[in-house]
Each structure stands twice: as C-alpha cells, then as structure tokens.
Design a binder for this molecule. Structure first.
Ligand code: SF4
Ligand code: SF4
Length: 396
C-alpha cells in the first residue's frame, strides 16, 4: 500500500481510504460480521483512513465502524466523520451529534472531522454564526478533533470561496475523469493544493457508474490500450496520477473489490501515466461528450448568472441521467443545485434574460436547454415540494 504525506501534519495516509457508506448488505441491513471482517482485513493490508458520516447507512455506519475498530484496531487508523450542517440550527445540536458520534465510534477523539456536504459559502457562514467553528477549534485544542475540514458538492466558485474563508486542515471533493470540470473541478483541486490543504477524493467511480454503466465504445477505448486493466483501475489511476491528491475513498462492498483496489494502490504513483495513457482518456472523454445531451464543457464563461443558476452544474446532472443511466440523477441534481441551501441554483430560477448565451463558446441555446432540464429534472411538483422542505428546515 502506497502512502502520501499529509503536508499539514506529516501523517502518512494510505492512498486508498475506506468509504463506509457501502458496506456489504444482508437483506435490508448491513451484513455485520462480513463488514467487520472486511474492515479488519483492509487494515491488515495497510489501509489506515476510514471515512464515515452521521447518517451513512441510516445512522448505522458509525456504530459498525466503531465495533470493527474495537479490540486494538482503533489506534492503527485515522477516523474521519462528519457533522451534517443541515441538521444543525443551534450549537447545542452540534454538540449532541458529536457526543453521539463518539459513543457510536467508541472513541474520544476524531482524527478528521468535517462539515458534511457543503454546497455554498452561506452554509459555512451559518456554521460560523452559531459558533460551530469556534467550538470545533476548542475541541482541536483539547485534541478531541485533530483536523478540521469540509466535504463539498457545489460549484467551483463556492468551493473557492469556502476554501479561502477558513484555515482548513483538509477538504474532501468529488473528482474523477468525468468530473474534471464539474463541482470543485481540477482548478479547485490545484488551488487547495497550492494553499497546502490536503485533498481527499470521494466518488472516484461515481458510485460505480464509471464501471457498470459505461458506453461500449469507452470499454473498447480502454481495452484497445490494455485489455487486462479494468475501467475501475483506469479511473483510479487517473486520479492518483494527480500529485495534488492525498487519499482516494472507495466504498468497498466485498473482498474482491478490496483486493483489486489494494493491488492498484500498491503501484499508482503520481505523474506515472504515460502520454499514450493520457491520450486514452482524451478519447474516452470525447466519446462521453459525443453522447451527452448538452455539449457543455463546464468552461463557466456563461457565469455568473444574475439569478444564481449554476448553468454548467444543471447540464452536468442532466447529462449524467442519460450518459450513465444514473437513476439517482434527480436526487443528485437537487443536492448539487443547492435546493436546500441559501443560494439555490436550479434551472427553473432562469428568467430567460439571455445574458449567458452571448458568452458560450459552444453556442448552446442555454435558455432552451435549461427549460428541458427543468422539465426532466424538476417536474411539476418540484417547486411546491422544495418550498415545504425549505420551510420545515428553516432555510431562508
Ligand atoms: S438566461 Fe437564465 S441562465 Fe442565462 S443568465 Fe439569464 S437567468 Fe441566468
Ligand atoms: S459557456 Fe457554454 S459550455 Fe461553458 S459552461 Fe456555460 S453553457 Fe457550458
């Protein structure tokens, strides 16, 4: 298992981290004995970074991980877990969640503690205003939290604002060869690295979509270069090729995935892909682009929209629905377009002013395409449902 150094604190982290949101299942629940054995096997083979969250597996992920790490494993690993800001309106609420997490994980400290799923800076500002950041800093001084970070699922501009708003110890972003220009983007990754902030990568395989739902031509492009390398290996090697990346999280559900990923993680060094291998990705991305509904390259020349629409983000979610046959694309659309944040960015906010279209190098009829996005990703009940949800969660 290769490691990379956390430049902030000198820790050696395994380049493969264990994402604890896809444990093996038995019926409707976690197959506990198998999940515990899988976790311990991962540790025995060199994985030392485990990422969980308050609500993964309906709240059971943290308890399972706590159980797996008892009996001498806790000290061998770094635990990362997360505070869900959308469930926190008062500091007392955050403290209560934190105590529950310590109990579930059977520990009195977290190595890495994150604000979960930020999509805009307003949510971070809200955490500051109710005292969450100050409280986390006190816990850090006491050694109860070792590193303070955030995970992110919004657009590039928000990512950069959040990155610059606080002296973060680390951050976590979605990144893979399909998302090079989506969400935090490659330039966001590079900005974090230039600030000395270690970057943890999530969704390296887009929840398996870059393995199971790829167009046939993509398989052929990969196999044309090397017919032994799986799409998962191609995808992981592409990410590890970036020196700015510290750890990739993989939500491994079985022993085979674990051993395959560990084998790749024993040789995937930074800057190791050849010019020919990188050219394979250029071909793959070209195939993907050809199959997309809207040929948006996420250049963001059309931004900012005066109404706050995240134009490239809307098109990315819409394209995924068709390109990757992604059944969760509507949920992801709602999540990434800030439906429950202070700054929503979904397609139906468009007032059709036309300002954006003048700047699009792809000559995309943005207004027309956004109408289609609205029709397919939102539907007629979207606004009333969002209105009620925002009221219930007191989002202004
Ligand atoms: S046309 Fe719509 S998306 Fe484009 S700038 Fe105007 S409001 Fe924003
Ligand atoms: S300018 Fe065009 S291609 Fe660029 S992000 Fe906007 S819609 Fe996409």
């Amino acid at each position: 298992m290769l490691t990379r150094t956390n430049q902030q604190n000198g820790e050696e982290l395994s380049i493969l981290g264990f994402g604890c949101m896809r444990f093996p299942q038995k019926g409707a629940g976690i197959d506990e004995p198998r999940a515990i054995a899988l976790i311990r096997s991962a540790i025995d083979q060199g994985i030392n970074y485990f990422d969980t969250a308050y609500f993964y597996h309906g709240g059971k992920s943290e308890s399972l991980l706590g159980e797996a790490l008892s009996g001498g494993y806790r000290e061998k690993v770094k635990i990362a877990t997360k505070l869900p800001p959308f469930m926190v309106n008062k500091l007392e609420g955050a403290k209560k969640i934190f105590e529950t997490q310590c109990t579930k994980l059977k520990t009195n400290y977290f190595d890495y503690y994150l604000l979960h799923m930020l999509t805009d800076k307003a949510t971070f500002d809200r955490m500051v205003s109710i005292g969450v950041m100050e409280w986390m800093e006190q816990l850090k001084q006491q050694g109860t939290i070792r590193n303070i970070g955030f995970s992110f699922h919004g657009g590039k501009a928000d990512f950069e604002q959040i990155l610059n708003a606080y002296p973060w110890d680390f951050c976590q972003i979605q990144y893979n060869y399909l998302d090079e220009n989506n969400q935090a983007t490659k330039s966001g990754l590079q900005m974090a690295a230039s600030l000395g902030i270690p970057v943890i990568i999530m969704e390296p395989l887009r929840g398996g979509k870059l393995v199971n739902n790829l167009p046939e031509q993509v398989h052929k492009a990969f196999q044309g270069y090397d017919d032994k390398r799986t799409p998962a290996e191609w995808a992981l090697r592409w990410i590890w090729n970036h020196p700015e990346v510290t750890v990739i999280l993989s939500g491994m559900s079985d022993e085979q995935q674990l051993s395959e990923n560990i084998a790749i993680a024993s040789s995937a060094t930074a800057n190791s892909l050849s010019v020919e291998e990188l050219a394979v990705f250029d071909r793959v991305k070209a195939i993907m682009l050809e199959k997309t509904k809207v040929p948006c390259t996420a250049c963001a020349y059309c931004m900012p929209c005066p109404q706050g629409v995240d134009i490239p983000g809307c098109f990315a979610a819409y394209n995924d629905k068709y390109l990757l046959n992604d059944k969760r694309s509507r949920f992801k659309y709602m999540q990434t377009q800030g439906v429950l944040s202070k700054n929503p960015a979904y397609a139906s906010l468009c007032t059709e002013c036309g300002k954006c279209e003048r700047h699009c190098p792809q000559n995309i009829a943005i207004r027309k395409e956004l109408k289609q996005v609205r029709k397919e990703m939102e539907g007629p009940l979207f606004k009333p449902v969002v209105g009620v949800a925002r009221k219930l969660l007191k989002v202004k």
